[in-house]
Design a protein around this ligand. Structure first.
Ligand SMILES: *Cc1c(COP(=O)(O)O)cnc(C)c1O
Length: 390
């Protein structure tokens, strides 16, 4: 019997990825070398935008965006409750107030109508809303044209937390992310489409924002003559912002460049897996497969299967335990952020605040989806899920 473990996501590192990392390690630069700017260049190209700043991780990127975009204390930032913590936490890093708008029940992304309701709510309370952080959840784009319309009407900034969706298409456009959003966040954590171990990026069409986050990435220091108040000599630098060390190493960027060149192959592999699952689960009414909106393609970072546990004899908890005993390590994406103890305590959120997100949470199961899975693996996973969903 096989003892292979199937988790919901996993990196693929190939010999040529390893070779470029080794080569970089043998070179002159371990950090802040040519692979950093190379990675920024190829990422800009991939997203069809001019500017990119790579960082230590996707959370660091969100933090730098929050500062770079000038979010102020007590301004409200609206995101989806169905996301990773960092999409909402970034508001608090700059003392802004995180808030949520419920999801669309079909795409599981932030619902523009719910955003409008929250805008009315805050207006009545005399609170300024500053930005919307849309999350292209699981790999499916948000309704960006509706979000953009709302943002323009209300003078809001738009952020795309795009960590799940590199390579996806919206309205037939593969370069949509930074056309709609003022800033786009990426992560290269090992479960994402491509990895640099840890890593992140800020992609933007705004030169001013790119300049700012590049300075913030490295302690708020600059040697740019245009920004210096004086010039003492070749060694001279000035600190012009309160920044951080959010840099990424050169060898991580070399890995990132190598991985990005394989993105289309990785996306194809994920799509094939998704099609296999779609076919396997679509005919059974107890399962709901992800739907792809017209004009869009899904990047399938996560295969979010919904299981109607209310129609099963076993609970979600038991289902997870049974699958785990069969070496299938599913996950749930996500526990609605507003239900986290920290958010309840500090902001007074409660069960029932975002009912669609909460219903989704009760049904969502992220089943294994990553390029290394073979047809035999998929058969085993589908058979096991079917057998245990009783
Ligand atoms: C992974 C992820 C992040 C955080 O990225 P890290 O690189 O792990 O810090 C933020 N938002 C979303 C939606 C993510 O999936």
């Amino acid at each position: 019997m096989s003892d292979k473990i199937y988790s919901y996501g996993k990196q693929i590192i190939e010999d040529d990825d390893i070779a470029v990392v080794v080569e970089t390690l043998k070179g002159d630069w371990l950090t802040q070398g040519p692979s950093v700017s190379k990675f920024e260049e190829v990422l800009s190209k991939q997203l069809g935008t001019k500017y990119c700043t790579v960082t230590a991780n996707g959370t660091a990127s969100l933090h730098l965006m929050a500062i770079g975009l000038g979010w102020q204390p007590n301004e409200v930032i609206i995101t989806s409750p169905i996301t990773f913590l960092a999409s909402a936490n970034c508001a608090m890093y700059v003392n802004s107030i995180p808030d949520f708008a419920d999801i669309n029940p079909i795409t599981y992304t932030i619902d523009p109508l719910e955003v409008e309701k929250r805008l009315h709510f805050h207006k009545k309370k005399n609170r300024k809303v500053r930005a919307i952080v849309g999350v292209d959840f699981a790999g499916h784009p948000c309704d960006w044209s509706a979000l953009k319309e709302i943002a323009d009407l209300n003078n809001l900034q738009l952020i795309n937390d795009h960590c799940h969706a590199i390579g996806s298409v919206y309205n037939g456009d593969s370069h949509f992310a930074s056309k709609y959003a003022d800033a786009v966040n990426l992560s290269f954590h090992p479960v994402k489409h491509l990895t640099s171990g840890e890593g992140g990026a800020i992609v933007t069409r705004h030169e001013w924002l790119d300049k700012k986050v590049k300075i913030l990435r490295t302690h708020g220091m600059t040697k740019d003559p245009a920004l210096l108040s004086r010039y003492d000599g070749l060694w001279y630098y000035e600190m012009v912002e309160l920044g951080f060390n959010y840099r990424i190493t050169d060898f991580q960027c070399a890995l990132g460049v190598s991985q990005l060149a394989k993105l289309n192959r990785f996306l194809d592999a994920r799509k094939k897996i998704a099609m296999y699952y779609d076919k396997a689960f679509s005919s059974d009414h107890r399962f709901v497969i992800p739907e792809v909106q017209q004009g869009c393609t899904h990047a399938y970072h996560i295969y979010a299967l919904r299981i109607k546990f209310s129609e099963l004899k076993i609970s979600k908890k038991i289902f997870f335990e049974r699958l785990r005993s069969k070496r299938i390590f599913c996950q749930v994406h996500y526990i609605p952020v507003h239900l986290q103890p920290y958010y309840r305590t500090h902001f007074g959120f409660n069960e029932g605040d975002y009912p669609i997100a909460e219903q989704f949470y009760s049904e969502e199961v992220s089943i294994p989806c990553y390029p290394g899975l073979s047809e035999t693996d998929l058969e085993y996973i589908v058979e096991t899920i079917r057998a245990e969903a009783v």
